[in-house]
Design a binder for this molecule. Structure first.
Ligand SMILES: [Zn+2]
Length: 169
């Protein structure tokens, strides 16, 4: 799909002190060809079963759909916004109320665009984490976020307790 070359290569290499992650045994792994291969790269909580590649694949697809959706929303919002800006140009005859409504509308579109942009950012971040093998690790405490939680919220980057802490401020 249309993968725009990521504008900012945020992952500076300094932090990439490898934890032995990059090695991928590409050779034959004497798997029994049972289909449900384990994907041990990604952590789970103690009471959860390891991820299977199928489950990871499902999450990836969900995230990729999210990217498409967010891009679409963003495009729509930006086009609407553009229209509103053009509109504002020839609004000489508008009365006060009209002008107010247009400002309001523009603010709505702006915040929609911002929401889509944030979402896009988060989804891309999740996909990056899938790609570099850090997916599923809480970005604050380093524990497993948990399969259950990720399947409900594939973009999550924090475990539940860290998330709750940040929300409490
Ligand atoms: Zn945590």
């Amino acid at each position: 799909m249309a993968s725009k070359a990521g504008s900012k290569a945020s992952s500076g290499q300094g932090a990439a002190a490898k934890k032995g992650g990059t090695k991928k045994p590409k050779g034959k792994q004497s798997g029994k060809g049972k289909g449900a291969q384990a994907a041990p790269l990604f952590p789970v909580r103690e009471d959860e079963k390891p991820w299977t590649t199928a489950e990871i694949e499902e999450l990836r697809q969900e995230l990729e759909n999210d990217v498409r959706r967010a891009l679409n929303d963003l495009k729509t919002a930006e086009e609407d916004l553009q229209g509103l800006i053009w509109d504002a140009g020839d609004g000489s005859g508008d009365d006060q109320a009209d002008a107010g409504a247009k400002t309001y509308e523009r603010e709505q579109e702006l915040s929609l665009a911002n929401i889509s942009r944030d979402k896009l950012e988060q989804v891309r971040h999740a996909l990056d984490r899938l790609a570099d093998g850090t997916y599923g690790v809480c970005e604050i405490c380093g524990q497993a976020i948990g399969k259950f939680r990720l399947q409900a919220a594939p973009r999550a980057t924090l475990c539940r307790s860290c998330k709750e802490k940040t929300e409490r401020g």
